[in-house]
Structures are given as structure tokens and as C-alpha cells.
Ligand binder design. Structure first.
Ligand code: S3P
Length: 186
């Protein structure tokens, strides 16, 4: 098992973090779970951008897609992420399509520390199967849709300066790898 950073090292790293840390990557990769644990380890506030979008719209994400469509959702997503990034230090998890949007990506790259959480399709599939709440996965074959979206978005995700592979193992392992990735990059 990979060597875990000591609490002292994590505290020293937290002091060097001067911008928000933004987790990007595919649906099902664990951005919210990893983000929550990462924020707790760093003693920083955590925000889930999708929750904030739903809260701002007073509607669930599937309802926004259904009533207004994806373009409207992306616009709200961009504005919410701009507001969250503007709040300074903290950990933010984003929906899988956020960083594929050029404007949202430019904003994150300019003002935050972007971390691409990346998993194999098999791992994503297992995780998304547990939650039926994703409008883009509602129709068609789950594996095909995930594979297509991952291929379409990969060149965008790859622009994040930190790339962390997250396997099927527990999320605390990915958290440690993210901490090390930020430490090496900052
Ligand atoms: C989306 C991912 C979702 C949510 C919306 C669209 C996407 O977030 O923002 O359903 O385009 O990949 P998660 O990545 O948290 O599932």
C-alpha cells in the first residue's frame, strides 16, 4: 500500500494551498466522496457544485435537464462554479461535464488547482449503477454512453495539471494520492 502522508505534512500542505482545489472527472469516479474526505484532511470547507446548482435553481439536476435542457444547465453550472471559486480556499467537486465546458475550464485553470480524478470504465460502471439520478445516463447502454463521454472529454480533463488515477479501492487511498499530487505540483 502506498505510503500515507503524515498529519504534519498534510497540515503544512494545507498552509501552502492558496486557491480552491477543484476535482474534475467522469461521473462515478468519486469526486464528491473524495472531495469531502480531502477537505476534512486539509481542514478546508467542502462544496459540491451540483448541490449548489440544484439549490440555486430550487430543482433537482434531472428536473433542470428535463425542463430546460443541457445548455441551460451548463450555463448555470458555469455561474455557480465561478461563484464558488471566487470564495477562495476550499475543496469543490464538480459535475462530470463542467470541465469539458471551455469557459468553465478556463475559469478553473486560471483561478484554482484542478485535479483530474480518473478511473477505468469498469470502475465507473460499478459506481454509477448505484445511482439512477444522472440524466445523461438515462437512455441507451450505460457502458457505451460512459465510454463515449469519457473519450469525448478526455482531452479536456487532461488539461488539469494534476492527474490522479483512482482504482476500485477505498476512497481514502485516492485522497492520499490527491494530497501527494498537490504537494508535488504546488
Ligand atoms: C454530468 C454529471 C453529473 C451532473 C449532471 C451532468 C455530466 O455530475 O453534473 O448529471 O455531464 O457528466 P457527477 O459527475 O457528479 O455525476
Amino acid at each position: 500500500m502506498e505510503h500515507a502522508l503524515s498529519p504534519d505534512k498534510i497540515a503544512a500542505l494545507a498552509r501552502r494551498i492558496d486557491r480552491p482545489v477543484v476535482l474534475v472527472g467522469m461521473m462515478g469516479v468519486g469526486k464528491t466522496s473524495v472531495g469531502r474526505r480531502l477537505a476534512a484532511a486539509l481542514h478546508l470547507p467542502f462544496t459540491d457544485a451540483d448541490d449548489e446548482i440544484a439549490h440555486a435553481a430550487q430543482m433537482s439536476i434531472p428536473e433542470i435537464f428535463e425542463q430546460y435542457g443541457e445548455a441551460y444547465f451548463r450555463d448555470g453550472e458555469r455561474r455557480v462554479i465561478a461563484r464558488l471559486v471566487g470564495q477562495g480556499r476550499g475543496v469543490i467537486s464538480t459535475g462530470g461535464g463542467a470541465f469539458a465546458n471551455p469557459e468553465t475550464r478556463a475559469l478553473i485553470l486560471d483561478q484554482a488547482i484542478a485535479v483530474w480524478l480518473d478511473s477505468e470504465i469498469e470502475v465507473l460502471l460499478e459506481r454509477v449503477k448505484r445511482n439512477a439520478n444522472r440524466p445523461l445516463l438515462k437512455n441507451g447502454d450505460l457502458r457505451e454512453t460512459l465510454t463515449r463521454l469519457k473519450a469525448e472529454r478526455e482531452s479536456a480533463y487532461a488539461q488539469a495539471p494534476i492527474h490522479v488515477k483512482s482504482g476500485a479501492g477505498p476512497h481514502h487511498r485516492a485522497v492520499n494520492t490527491v494530497l501527494k499530487g498537490i504537494d508535488a505540483w504546488l
